[in-house]
Design a protein around this ligand. Structure first.
Ligand SMILES: Cc1cc2nc3c(=O)[nH]c(=O)nc-3n(C[C@H](O)[C@H](O)[C@H](O)COP(=O)(O)O)c2cc1C
Length: 199
């Protein structure tokens, strides 16, 4: 197969949910953040913020998620408990927040376009998603594991409160560290089942 470093990294990326108790180099955190910041963003607004969480605040986040898990039914409770374990075991967690700058300031020059707020909000969420994917790939390229924890959306207000984020929309929480054990590759659909070629 014709492949290269980028394609190898894309293929090697796996969601890692349990991490070894080993710190990651500070430079790697910066490299991951720089990669996130290179993502495409609607109108190049880069309306994302990254909050790097370590130490007692990270443990407090893990405790919050674990406590709140009991208030949900399965499968949410199970996923929240798993998320708490990932946050607890990872040396670093990065939260991603959408600042909504495009919705707030970008609509002026588009007078008369219907549903502009909804359209711009969608594009900002997509931009943040691109940044998260860059983070995951950068982590993989540095020999690190990571996982995108969307389930924390269920308790987004409490998460934002704990992280002292006054303004912004919860996008993702990503624990990062050295994988404990090997993650099993899940099956992916065949191209035939998901692609249509038109001409
Ligand atoms: C938007 C989004 C939200 C996700 N939320 C969670 C989550 O809350 N907990 C979790 O363990 N994995 C979560 N994942 C990871 C997926 O479960 C994972 O990507 C999928 O099972 C495929 O595995 P792979 O990442 O190893 O290819 C999320 C992924 C995405 C893109």
């Amino acid at each position: 197969m014709n492949t290269n470093e980028t394609r190898r990294t894309i293929k090697a990326r796996r969601s890692t949910r349990i991490f070894a108790s080993k710190d990651i180099p500070e430079e790697d955190i910066i490299r991951i953040l720089e990669s996130a910041n290179q993502a495409p963003s609607a109108h190049n607004k880069q309306s994302w913020r990254f909050i790097v969480i370590r130490g007692p605040r990270k443990q407090a986040l893990a405790s919050l998620v674990s406590e709140r898990a009991g208030q949900f039914k399965k499968p949410s409770s199970t996923l929240l408990r798993m998320a708490a374990r990932s946050i607890f075991s990872a040396p670093v967690v990065i939260a991603v927040v959408n600042t909504g700058e495009l919705v707030k300031h970008g609509t002026k020059s588009f007078d008369g376009v219907a549903n502009l707020t909804e359209l711009f909000r969608t594009m900002e969420i997509q931009s943040s998603a691109a940044a998260v994917q860059n983070m995951l790939l950068a982590a993989t390229s540095l020999g690190l594991g990571s996982v995108w924890l969307g389930i924390l959306c269920l308790i987004r207000e409490e998460v934002l409160g704990l992280l002292e984020i006054q303004e912004g929309e919860f996008m993702a929480v990503v624990p990062i560290g050295y994988a404990q054990g090997k993650s099993v590759a899940p099956r992916k659909k065949s191209l035939e089942s998901i692609v249509d070629f038109l001409s």
